[in-house]
Design a protein around this ligand. Structure first.
Ligand SMILES: [Zn+2]
Length: 167
């Protein structure tokens, strides 16, 4: 199924709903456009159990995951990690104002690319954690700068990776 068609019929309406939640909500759609996972999270995260992660990566690769960020803002290193870990085709985060930040995987990824994506996103999660502890991530623009740097680095090590913002 064509990506834009799936986006129009399933993803965008789901995002319009979850964008208004005070907690995080996750919707995963498989490559046929069917909803395969709905999950309610907490204020700033959604936790999947090992079985759900396994199911996505082994049985439903190439799915699209979307979720909301109640405080707004782009994808986190954890979101990107999740995308590589579960072999998603696309990961998206919607803000309360309906802005969508997304990362789209290249058409062909080899196991080493998944490995590189996992390793690099974990490294950025640690960098971010450290910066937060030092009080360096207080403003929205601080994270914007971090995000720009992280996406630039990821695009460099995994050619064909795309980051987009839909407003
Ligand atoms: Zn997120």
């Amino acid at each position: 199924m064509n990506i834009s068609k799936v986006a129009k019929t399933t993803i965008r309406p789901s995002e319009a709903l979850i964008s208004q939640l005070p907690y995080e909500g996750m919707v995963v759609i498989d490559n046929a456009g069917k909803v395969v996972l709905l999950k309610k999270g907490e204020r700033s995260r959604v936790v999947l159990n090992a079985e759900e992660v396994y199911d996505l990566s082994r049985r439903k690769p190439q799915s699209i995951m979307t979720h909301n960020h109640p405080s707004g803002g782009p994808l986190s290193p954890e979101d990107i990690y999740f995308a590589f870990k579960t072999k998603l085709r696309e990961v998206r985060a919607v803000s309360p104002d309906n802005t969508v930040y997304l990362m789209e995987m290249p058409k062909k990824l080899n196991p080493n690319d998944y490995y590189k994506g996992i390793k690099e996103s974990l490294r950025f999660a640690k960098i971010l954690e450290k910066a937060k502890t030092k009080g360096l991530m207080k403003l929205e623009k601080d994270y914007t700068t971090f995000y720009r740097f992280m996406t630039m680095k990821l695009k460099h090590i995994i050619p064909g990776l795309k980051f987009r913002t839909l407003i």
